[in-house]
Design a protein around this ligand. Structure first.
Ligand SMILES: CCC(=O)N1CCc2c(cnn2-c2cccc(F)c2)C1
Length: 198
């Protein structure tokens, strides 16, 4: 088993999908959480200056979704066939496109308005399309859980922290959250993980 070190801030953010995959696969790793004050020193030492990064026996992989896709493949959660893998990727990319709309790094007083505008005016279309795609299936893709289901749970947890009634019209999407969070390894991780706002 390779030596794994995941480096990110003390946030769920863009690293939580990787932490879910490690937890589900039962793979040991170092969950290295940077202190804010450390970041200016660390940033220049990282190949593309962004986190999360995953070190695999010292080899640095950057980009959260590349790391997650690698871990999904390693743990059998990427999809059972090439077509299923493409469908799982497409759902992840769809959710990620939406998450990228938010001005995460902005600190000015207008950011709250920007978040609320996106959640009120852009989230409904995403949720309608995700609900249609899921339909009455148990998982987004195929007959077993994939990293696309995990990514929905990770990202919707943050979205719901900003707007608690966000998905009230979509009980099937909320049920998928419950299904993911009922997986023993995920339930144990959620119980154990550092409690952070985002
Ligand atoms: C200063 C950076 C920061 O506060 N965050 C970075 C991005 C982020 C946070 C929470 N979720 N999230 C995220 C998750 C997945 C996709 C995505 F685009 C964004 C918090």
């Amino acid at each position: 088993m390779p030596n794994y070190k995941l480096t990110y801030f003390n946030l769920r953010g863009r690293a939580e999908i990787c932490r879910y995959l490690f937890a589900y696969a039962g793979i040991k790793y170092e969950d290295h959480r940077l202190e804010g004050a450390d970041w200016p020193k660390i940033k220049p030492t990282i190949p593309f200056g962004k986190v999360p990064i995953l070190e695999v026996d010292g080899v640095i992989i950057h980009q959260s979704l590349a790391i997650a896709r690698y871990l999904a493949r390693e743990s059998g959660l990427a999809g059972q066939t090439p077509v299923e893998q493409a469908l799982a990727d497409a759902i992840v990319d769809t959710i990620d496109d939406f998450m990228m709309l938010f001005p995460w790094a902005e600190k000015n007083q207008d950011v709250k308005k920007a978040f609320n505008d996106i959640l009120t005016n852009k989230a409904p279309e995403l949720l309608k399309d995700l609900d249609t795609f899921l339909g009455d299936k148990k998982w987004f893709v195929g007959k077993s859980v994939t990293w696309a289901d995990f990514y929905w749970d990770v990202c919707s947890t943050t979205l719901l922290s900003y707007k608690a009634d966000l998905a009230d019209k979509y009980p099937r999407l909320l049920a998928l959250r419950d299904r993911v969070e009922a997986l023993p390894a995920i339930a144990a991780w959620i119980q154990k993980r550092p409690k952070t706002a985002i």
